[in-house]
Design a protein around this ligand. Structure first.
Ligand SMILES: Cc1cc2nc3c(=O)[nH]c(=O)nc-3n(C[C@H](O)[C@H](O)[C@H](O)COP(=O)(O)OP(=O)(O)OC[C@H]3O[C@@H](n4cnc5c(N)ncnc54)[C@H](O)[C@@H]3O)c2cc1C
Length: 439
């Protein structure tokens, strides 16, 4: 590789804030709202033009993971009441689907309104590209946007970029993907089809959803007729009339922190989409007249960096339903959703429906503190956890739940003018309990 030497130059300090949240996905939204409601001056930067991350830009199907998180319930209540939803939904939608399914456009609006009401300063179309550090302490980030290269200074930075970009720029230690070989879970570009007849349609929503159809069993038909490495059939009910959210494109061997891999994933998945629509029309009842109605803004990345935190969450902690003394997010629950890294379906380490709902676990504050850095907290899927543990807490509800805890801790640190690792965790927990968190 050859190099070009870029000259150093002065850049404007565009803003100074108490808490800077980088990334406006579930983890960033949770952190920003919680920190602002706890009294901190908060700024949120996001590379897209709206909040929600994978929920909205990634066109996700359903919120899973921490159904008792008070903020998540507030979001769902507001979503249900929102004017942008169609007056009539698809017939047969259960209360569960009405509550947790993601109406993508509506939730962009809801999250934006809630951030505004909390008093969060938002700046979209802004990519964090470097970190400002003094010794081991993070003091701010450098951004790139249409306004050029700028600096934003902060007392606390929260890394909610999903990939942990800020922590990586700051030199935090991490492993990419699986511990043994660095392989990450496959990537998927979500899309929706319209024109589905809900009175006859089927909705296989797990790899183990085996459904006999007139032309054969649905997952076997998928393996036979879909373009490899696609091959599983995952279809989710949606609130928009005749629309179904499709989780069926698949790209393996992707490093989501490499722009060339990301480009390859976008192209591969887009090439699979038309074939998936044709497959649905030909084989799946109710989908005979379906068409591609919308695709996600960006390919969905399931897994990238796992940072070394003060504590690293393990699958064992999850299986034991550990309630850590320094919990900042409680009642998280999800199976180990590890997709096959070599093709369609589930990995041999993945498990579906294997953890009983009582097996809810907590997230320790220590897993949100990078081991050797000050001034920076991790939030969402980029906290410190093993490949297997991550496969459970990576779901949106848990990421939002983690964000609430991390945002609250950031506000307490600012108010007490202390280092993040010295925060009085009892104070943080009291605020969370007063806000309706149940341990
Ligand atoms: C295909 C797929 C299917 C899934 N299915 C489900 C499901 O059914 N249910 C469920 O609950 N979860 C599901 N998940 C998991 C879940 O969606 C994600 O793990 C979760 O959204 C992670 O939340 P986050 O806030 O940590 O990161 P993200 O949602 O990825 O948000 C990160 C945000 O940061 C922004 N960003 C990134 N880098 C920068 C930067 N350098 N500067 C500024 N902004 C930046 C991004 O634009 C994004 O908005 C799925 C994930 C995928 C990919």
């Amino acid at each position: 590789m050859t190099f070009y030497h870029e000259e150093a130059k002065n850049i404007p300090v565009a803003a100074e804030t108490e808490v800077l949240v980088a990334g406006g996905g579930p983890a960033g939204v949770g952190a920003a709202i919680a920190a602002a409601r706890s009294g901190a001056k908060v700024m949120l930067i996001e590379k897209s033009g709206y909040p929600g991350g994978v929920a909205t830009a990634g066109m996700m199907a359903v919120w899973s993971g921490a159904e008792e998180c008070p903020l998540m319930n507030e979001i769902m209540d507001r979503t249900t009441r929102h004017a942008s939803l169609p007056p009539e939904c698809n017939p047969g939608l259960s209360a569960h689907w009405l509550r947790w399914t993601v109406p993508h456009e509506c939730q962009k609006q809801v999250l934006l309104e809630m951030l505004q009401e909390a008093g969060v300063t938002m700046q979209f179309h802004t990519l964090a590209v470097a970190v400002i550090k003094e010794g081991n302490k993070v003091k701010g980030v450098i951004t790139e946007s249409k306004s050029g290269r700028e600096a934003i200074m902060a007392q606390v930075v929260i890394d909610a970029t999903g990939d942990g970009d800020i922590a990586a720029f700051a030199g935090a230690e991490y492993l990419l993907g699986r511990e043994e070989d660095g392989v990450c879970q496959p990537a998927t570009l979500m899309f929706r089809v319209g024109g589905v007849d809900y009175s006859r349609a089927v909705f296989p929503r797990a790899f183990g959803s085996f459904i006999e159809l007139p032309k054969g069993e649905i997952q076997a038909l998928g393996r036979k007729h879909l373009p490899f490495p696609a091959g599983h059939v995952l279809l989710y009910r949606n609130r928009l009339p005749g629309e179904v959210t499709v989780n069926m494109t698949n790209t393996i061997g992707i490093n989501g922190t490499d722009v060339r891999d990301l480009t390859r994933a976008e192209i591969n998945c887009r090439q699979q989409m038309d074939k998936i629509v044709q497959f649905l029309r030909e084989f799946v009842p109710g989908y005979e007249k379906c068409y591609l109605s919308a695709s996600a803004e960006t390919v969905g990345i399931r897994e990238t960096r796992h940072f070394k935190g003060v504590l690293t969450l393990t699958a064992d902690d999850i299986l034991k339903s550990t309630v850590f003394e320094d919990w900042i997010a409680t009642r998280n629950w999800f199976n180990f959703d590890i997709h096959n890294t070599k093709g369609p379906g589930l990995d041999h380490n993945g498990e579906e429906n294997s953890i009983p709902p009582t097996g809810a676990y907590s997230i320790p504050y220590r897993a949100c503190i990078p081991e050797k850095l000050d001034g920076l907290l991790l939030s969402g899927r980029n906290i410190s956890g093993t490949h297997k543990a991550h496969a459970s807490y990576r779901v949106m509800g848990s990421c939002l739940n983690i964000g609430v805890g991390v945002g609250t801790a950031a506000a307490v640190a600012v108010q007490n003018n202390c280092e993040l690792r010295d925060v009085d965790i009892r104070k943080v927990q009291k605020i969370l309990l007063d806000g309706g968190t149940v341990v």
